[in-house]
Every structure is written in C-alpha cells, then in structure tokens.
Design a protein around this ligand. Sequence first.
Ligand SMILES: [Fe+2]
Ligand SMILES: [Fe+2]
Length: 479
Amino acid sequence: MKTKNKQAHLEIAGRDEHALVNLFFILLKTAHLVEANNATYLTQSSKFYVIFRRLVDKYGKISIKIIDGRVFVRDRIIKFNSDSLVNATAILDNWRQIGLGGITFDDSLDNRQLDKFIYLIAKRSGTKADRESVIRRLSDIGIEGISLLGIEKKEEKKLLSEEKRKLIRRTARVTFFKSISVVQDAMVCAEQDKEIDITKARRVVNSMIDQIASDEAYMIQLTSIRDFDDHTYAHCANVCVYSLTMGVRLGFDKLRLSQLGMAALFHDIGKVRLPGDLIRKPEAYDENDWIQMQKHPELGTKTVLRNLKFDDYSARAARVAYEHHINDDFTGYPVLRTKMPTNLFSKIVSIADTFDALTSGRVYIKKPIPTDEVLRKMMYQMTVKFDAFLLKLFVNIIGIYPAGTLVLLSSEELALVTKNNRDNLSRPQIRIIGDRFGPKKEFIEIDLSQPEQAGIGIQKIIDPGKHNIDLKTILQMDS
Ligand SMILES: [Fe+2]
Ligand SMILES: [Fe+2]
C-alpha cells in the first residue's frame, strides 16, 4: 500500500539536486549585488560547481526546468522552504518574462563558463526577445556547456506516464472524498462532545497537500462537484483545497501547510452548535437566522479548544474559526472592540470561504452565482474585505473559469475547464465533452491560449445542475 501511494506523487528531488538549485538561485541573486571576483560569490560558485560535477558525473547532463511555476531537476520536483522560495519566485517571474523555461548544463561546463553565464543572465530582464539574445550571446562568448530551454507548457504531461497520471488522479479523488467524510465524522463527534480523531484528519490533510503538489488543477476540478445531500462538509473540504493551494504558492513548509489545512477544514465547526434546521434551511436567511448564524465563529473557537487536542494546531484553528468572517475592513462578524488585524491563515481561509459560499449557492446565499461573476464581485465590490495580495494570488490560481467549470464555447460545444493558464486567465485549457447532439464519443483536449485556437472562445458558464450534467462522472471518466 505504501509503495502505491508513493507512486501516486511526483518524485521529490534528492539532496544534491536541491542544493544545486538553491545555490544556482543564490548565485544569480549575488551576481546582482557584487562583482564576479567577490569572495562570497566565488565561494558559492565553487560549491555549486562541486555539486554540479557530482551530479553530471553520475547522470550526464543536468537540466533545471520550470513547469507551471514549479522547478524540476532530472524530472524530479524541487521543494522550497519559505526563505528560498522568496528568492526563487522573483527569479522565476523574471525567467517567465524573458521566455526562459529552463537551463541544461552539460559535462563540458567549467568554472569560468559558469561565472560568465551567471553574470550574463543575472542582468537580463524584459521581453521574450531576451532569451534569444542570451542564446546568441552564449555562443558569441564561447559558452558551449549551457543551453537555454523555452517554456513548454505540455512538458508536465510528458514527464508523467499516462498510467502515473491516472494513479495521481485516482488518489486525488480518494483523498478528496475522504476529507469530506473526515469533516463529517469530526462534526458529528463535536456535536456529541466527543473527542475528534485528529490523526485521521491530519493524515487526510497531508495527503491533500501531496495531491495539490502533484496536480493542483485536478484537485480544484473536484471542488466543482456540487451534488451532495449536505453541502456543509464538502464546503469545508473545498475551503481546505483552496486555502492549501494558496499556502503552496506562498511557499509554506509542510508543517505550516498542515496547520493551515486543518484550520481550513475545521473553520466552520462552530456550526454544530447551531440548530440543524438553520444550517440546512433551503430558503434565504431572515434577520433572526443571521443573528443565530453569526454566532458560529465564537462557538467554533470554543468547540476547537474543547474537542481538538492537537496542541500547536489548535491555537491556529481556534483563531481561524473566530476570525474568518471578520473581514480586513472589520465590516464582518464578530464585531471587535479593538480592531486588531486578523491572522494570515484567517485572511487566506476568508477568501477561500467566500468564494466557495458564493459559487456553491448552498452555504449562506441560497442561489449559486457563476464563478466569473463571483470573482468579479470579490475583485471589485468586495476588495476592501480581503487582503489585496492574497486575493490577487487566489485569482491567479483559480482563473476566471476555474478548473472544473462547465462552459459553452462559441462553436456551441460544451467543454470542461481542466486547467487555468496563469498567463492568460480568460483562455484556459479545456476538454470538449459534447455538443447540442449529446456527449462526444471521444473527448478533445485543447488549450485556448494557443494561437491556433484563436477562433474559439468561451460564450458563458453552464450550471451542470440546470442541464442535468453529472460532473462527478465526467471527472471520473478522465482516468
Ligand atoms: Fe463560517
Ligand atoms: Fe465557511
């Protein structure tokens, strides 16, 4: 069983690969600040070269590749800690701007070539033409041991065999549905004042983190499934997925991600102290209902502290339970006597929570609002409620048409959005699943951001519920 799980994730790079990438990014940063004969630079450069030689002697040429904002060496993923991620994010953004998707170093690379190259690339920024100009410059100055790679979006699929990709997706589905049942069990326990099984919850959160690292877009697709008898538990799982995707992009380490995931999973636990009829009321809430509902953050904190015996985690979860409706402009609830800024975790969960509540139409607002409209609302009308940087990050992850959204194309075909394109949010990757005559026999995958697809556009978002479309089955047909 253990081996099976291991295969379901992208392979993590080893210690030497991590050191190589970290040193490479440190060299680029140092080259911005000092000359090539500086002692600090030379020490780091020698360290890099030692590790490079060790790897190249063992494996031949070594590539550092960037795929969808993540870094791979020898097709294995590099995990950054929060310190190194800040440096890496700035460099990767710059690479994206100049159209650089990776670098290959071969056996002929020597110290001198390396330093020339570092100084050449560290000073570059700007348009895509720059990659070509760096390539020309490389041959002009006689650097032969290095080649520059373009941005290849489809490369991730090539890295993974079809079988491995299917396994990742199967594991993602198991994890997602498991997280819903874990929340349900926990809420039932809390309602009966029984101790909650934290080990189970932590295990499912950790597995969710692995799945998001392996295939973030598929995990987001799963949050679009709406046909649950009781959406309360799926809402918590969805908020957990969205919060973790933000935590991953912010470079949180595994422990912080795990604490964020647990806090997100249990953010609404206070609702177990409210009447079930209120939670499941199909009609819009009246004033009295709202007075009741606004008690859930305070009740949540008490419930967390009483029922969750998970030390470091409980303080964070209690704070998120209390703060997730306060809002950055303090227009929410509970009303604070002293207006203290809310915690980073609460700010993240608040964005995730609002997005799911509005798009599902099952939490407070009893009618689902199309995702593009919700994002517009959040970006423009509700902007003071949220942290501006986190909101921008969330929109960049989710896109205008989030993975899992059903859309009608200008060709009158029906498609499922499979992945958001970070550089072109309005033209995502899609899978055409049907047309007006019914479902297609074979699904067609296209990337709307590619020039050859310029003739096709998205007309509007389709509500699967209204058109009797079973999203759950469609998502399972993928693998
Ligand atoms: Fe809530
Ligand atoms: Fe919520």
